[in-house]
Design a protein around this ligand. Structure first.
Ligand code: NAD
Ligand code: UDP
Length: 328
């Protein structure tokens, strides 16, 4: 049985990856320190004999007994509000955490896949974003803690590949959504859906003309799985190229949820990217991958999940007014 270590396992993407690898017949070791994750995301795997969980902060030395075939490093705060609240931990998990996991991969002769992000392109001046674009990042801005941690992560991963011959993969993930996102994590989909469910107005930051391209989690997981099993070492974009303005997106959410609320406008966070759309030609060509789930279908599934949460989760005060955190 192949053994895979997944860091960030209690998070949104990490928990879906645990499910997928177990389904494919792997033994999965999940690791997390719960800083932005939730134990509930792994609850269903507790009795599974193919799953083991280790509570650990990956910025500290990571020890795993026995063999390891693959490592997927997904631990990191991922929502702008989260990394504004915990900037130092964000820098540390991308730098020190990645260093520890690369060291572990080298010791175990394991293949390692690193979760990078479209944020390495910053507020992009090239559209759509291709992998050969170097990006436009404000190193000292509030988002710099995440963007630069991820850029360093890519650099150290390539250095381990070139210098030590380590077998590495780098996925640049574009906005991904689905069940198990934290309702109060401040990202636009949980934010709008939470507001609709609580009967609050939907908060658009800026004039809403900024764009994003949303990928359903099952498509993202499929892309990551194919990349891991491929032999491609350079960064690759995985995301859904279907682009939409945040203003139009808010209208879609109002329609889907049936809320009678309106949209209200708040200040745009510093360095909020104005446009984002992945060029996925490389993933199509090398991995024979493209997204299959349209936004309407994906949003329906996601809303169903948020609707199923308890009142207590819905009204948890954390991050209810996201504008308190932006631009601080
Ligand atoms: P998430 O916050 O749901 O999950 C991240 C998990 O990492 C959490 O469970 C958290 O507790 C854990 N974690 C953070 N620091 C840790 C540490 N020091 N030690 C151990 N565990 C730690 O976020 P997500 O959306 O699932 O994102 C997962 C990964 O994918 C991140 O690396 C993120 O940068 C990347 N990513 C996600 C998206 C997206 O749209 N979801 C986009 C680009 C990149
Ligand atoms: N956004 C918004 N209202 C909210 C939360 C987010 O208008 O309540 C905007 C945000 O400013 C950004 C876009 O939605 O332009 C996507 O934000 P998110 O935090 O989901 O992720 P990002 O792509 O910025 O990392």
């Amino acid at each position: 049985m192949k053994k895979v270590l997944i860091t960030g396992a209690a998070g949104f993407l990490g928990s879906h990856l645990c499910d997928r690898f177990i389904k494919e017949g792997y033994f999965v070791i999940g690791m997390d320190n719960f800083i932005t994750g939730d134990k509930k995301n792994l609850h269903h795997l507790k009795p599974n004999p193919s799953f083991e969980f280790i509570e650990h902060d990956v910025t500290q030395f990571v020890k795993i007994d026995g063999k390891l075939d693959y490592i997927l490093h997904f631990a990191s705060p991922a929502s702008p509000i989260d990394y504004l609240k915990i900037p130092i931990q964000t820098l540390k998990v991308g730098s020190l955490g990645t260093h520890n996991l690369l060291g572990l991969a080298k010791a175990k002769k394991a293949r390692i896949l690193i979760a990078s992000t479209s944020e390495v392109y910053g507020d992009p001046l090239v559209h759509p974003q291709t992998e050969d674009y170097y990006g436009n990042v404000n190193t000292i801005g509030p988002r710099g803690v995440y963007d630069e941690a991820k850029r360093f992560q890519e650099s150290i991963t390539m250095a381990y590949h070139r210098f030590h011959g380590l077998d590495t993969r780098i996925v640049r993930i574009f906005n991904t959504y689905g069940p198990r996102m934290r309702l109060n994590d401040g990202r636009v989909i949980p934010a709008f859906m939470g507001q609709a469910l609580r009967g609050e107005d939907l908060t658009i930051f800026g004039n809403g003309m900024q764009t994003r391209s949303f990928c359903y989690v099952d498509d993202q997981v499929e892309g990551i799985y194919r990349l891991l099993l491929s032999d491609y070492n350079k960064p690759i974009n995985i995301g859904n190229p279907h682009e939409i303005t945040i203003k139009d997106f808010a209208e879609e959410i109002i329609k889907l949820t049936g809320t009678e609320q309106k949209v209200i406008y708040k200040e745009l966070p510093v360095d909020d990217p104005m446009q984002r759309q992945p060029d996925i030609s490389l993933a199509k060509e090398l991995l024979n991958w493209e997204p299959k789930v349209g936004r309407e279908e994906g949003m329906k599934k996601t809303f169903k999940y948020f609707k199923s949460l308890s009142k207590e989760q819905l009204y948890k005060s954390e991050h209810k007014d996201f504008s308190n955190y932006i631009n601080k």
